[in-house]
Design a protein around this ligand. Structure first.
Ligand code: KIV
Length: 261
């Protein structure tokens, strides 16, 4: 699968991407999907933060390095955390740290018009970058305020421009988050690097989801419309825990089979 060099649009089928923050999950995903993202969504998903703004370089390095050890086949993508790429110098210094410790194939940064200069700087330094546009979670203190982008002509025009600029400056792909279907289609058809969507319709060259959402491992906050649970881990794990608890109380566990003589 690594033969898919660094992302191009000539795949015969859409690319698949999921998040992994730990080696055990990365091990399940490796080779079964095209890209594995160590996303800063780990802030809310793993650390119980109310947004991604508290995610640090140390967290990304720890999780990125641990995940890196087990990924052999899928491409590895790592998020640069909030405020670590506010200016060119910080961006390059922090990008280098992440590359040294976690060895990702690509770094992902959240892009606004102002951040295009950072994208260019990292590309000039020969770093593979994914440009994340639309809903950019790092700009939200409160996730309840997140809205869908691309509904108005102005938003559509701005997003297309941002995607085209990202391509022109050398981004390897554009990640579209929470964007209307017609805007995603417009962008996908008008850039030659791949689009990867989350809540951005089927009109993208690839799809990404948070793994915990895929298996319903989340803490029970409201489910977003674009999330599909493929497996109900919460329910199955809950049953296993209840069974274990019952067996402990009844002294059925540990039985002889699980006892050293
Ligand atoms: O951090 C993350 O998991 C992401 C996805 C929402 C694409 O950026």
């Amino acid at each position: 699968m690594k033969k898919i060099k660094i992302l191009n649009k000539s795949f015969s089928k859409p690319m698949s991407c999921l998040t992994a923050y730990s080696p055990s999950i990365a091990n399940i995903l490796d080779g079964k999907i095209d890209l594995i993202l160590v996303g800063d969504s780990l802030g809310s998903t793993l650390y119980g933060m109310k947004n991604t703004q508290g995610v640090t370089m140390e967290m990304m390095i720890n999780h990125g390095a641990a995940v890196n050890k087990v990924i052999k086949r899928s491409l590895k993508v790592l998020d640069m955390p909030y405020k670590t790429y506010d200016n060119k110098m910080d961006a390059y210094k922090n990008a280098k740290k992440l590359l040294i410790h976690c060895k990702p194939d690509l770094l992902k940064i959240e892009i606004s018009k102002k951040k295009l200069v950072i994208l260019k700087h990292l590309v000039d330094k020969k770093i593979n970058v994914i440009s994340h546009i639309g809903v950019t979670p790092q700009s939200y203190n409160n996730f309840n305020k997140i809205k869908i982008f691309g509904k108005t002509v102005k938003e559509r025009k701005n997003l297309l421009k941002l995607a085209q600029e990202s391509e022109k400056l050398g981004a390897k792909a554009v990640l579209l988050e929470c964007i209307t279907a017609d805007t995603a289609k417009l962008i996908t058809e008008n850039i030659s690097i791949p689009t990867i969507g989350i809540g951005a319709s089927k009109f993208c060259d690839g799809q990404v989801l948070v793994f915990d959402d895929l298996i319903n491992l989340s803490t029970g906050d409201k489910k977003l419309r674009f999330v599909k649970n493929y497996f109900n881990f919460n329910k199955i794990a809950g049953n296993a825990v209840r069974k274990y608890n019952r067996e402990v109380k009844l002294k059925k566990f540990p039985s002889i089979k699980f006892t050293f003589n």
